[in-house]
Design a protein around this ligand. Sequence first.
Ligand code: FMN
Ligand code: SF4
Length: 432
Amino acid sequence: MQSLPGCVSKGDMAYLTEHILLRHRDVPGIKTIDVYMAHGGYQALDKALNTLQPAQVTEMVKASGLRGRGGASFPTGLKWSFIPKDAPTTYVVVNADESEPGTFKDREIIEGNPHQLLEGTALCAYAIGACVAYIYGRGEFRTLFVDLQRAIDEAYQAGWLGQNIRGSNFSLDIHLHLGAGAYICGEETALLESLEGKLGMPRARPPFPTQYGLYGKPTVVNNVETLANVPPIVLHGPEWYRQFGTEQSPGVKIFCLSGCINRPGNYELSLGIPLRVLIEECGGGAPEGRAIKAILPSGASSHLLPGYNPELPLDYESLQAAGAPLGSASFIVLDETVDIPWAIAKVTHFFKHESCGKCTPCREGTYWLEDVYRRLLNGRAWPGDVELLLSIAEQMNGNCFCALGEFALCPVRSSIEHLRAEYEAHVPQGSR
Ligand SMILES: Cc1cc2nc3c(=O)[nH]c(=O)nc-3n(C[C@H](O)[C@H](O)[C@H](O)COP(=O)(O)O)c2cc1C
Ligand code: SF4
């Protein structure tokens, strides 16, 4: 494979030599509009406004193979194409809620390279014919969004937002809205409810937001990282983007690395790269050379990946085949010193706390899961408690109103499936 600008080939993989999303690591000051524009910023929007029809922008994003980076991995261009062509009012909503434990990538984009997000948002709005976009931010990120508002103001002053952008007939206003720090408001329909000023609880789907979204109008909801990918795709073309990653999982991805690891942080890599590159080359392995017992590859809502397979390719298909979907790619490493029931009790507590209470299986199920974990960890487990955990999970499975309830089951079931002995060790012999 031949190397293109921004990447170098090793074997059949393209490795990044400079960042595409986390560009502030290579270009100091790129968070300001002057530096951003001096390094190619807003050229993609300029190109779209002057040379591309809205449908062509959608086609480019489709051809790039970009999938949503918020967790569900839905093809981005396809989602945009669902917006009815004749809809008089449409919206773009940027999901910047980022509340998944172990996920901290969107925050870095907003902090370091905000104009790339704004440009991606504008390209999406142009493609779907929206003239208003909202960025829904995580409530706890208050200071971060003061800076993002500054970037929005700069974009207005420079004529990249507002009426008749750069003399075109495209106009766009971007509004920032902060949530109150509820994980469920990252779920797109709960987010829309919250944005409308209602209680942040999910809506029934279908209809999906592309048909019935904000204020009942067709709406694209996209993650921050997803939209930050769009300007380089439009500027350099889908083929350039496809140099990174694999045939089925093209492009670059920010991997959030945390837990038992020497160098935690965000790492922007080509999809498909072997796990060892992330864990060893980037993260420096587990502290004191300890063995890795398991990995949660998608934050708290992960299926547990037992052991450590250094050659596992980090792409959507390989992780799915390994039984632990990539999701938002938030790798929480658990080394040999970690007691697995203790770790999963923590995430179960999180889900119980964040359950919105709308439906009984999730509201009650997460409560009872946490109760059993508490017994288990206090040395007061009953025989059959491991089966009881599985039974509660089974009763929740498929019966929850939204994906949060299902997320809560993933770490519980998969950890028992793979590392049951760790659970049994918590059940005292001879207890009632
Ligand atoms: C409980 C729950 C929490 C979620 N939290 C987020 C979040 O914080 N950020 C995000 O982008 N997507 C989150 N999602 C996924 C969104 O519902 C939606 O799929 C995503 O914003 C779509 O954008 P994308 O296609 O660009 O990934 C969450 C989903 C669920 C069920
Ligand atoms: S599954 Fe949980 S978070 Fe989702 S609607 Fe039901 S109670 Fe609310």
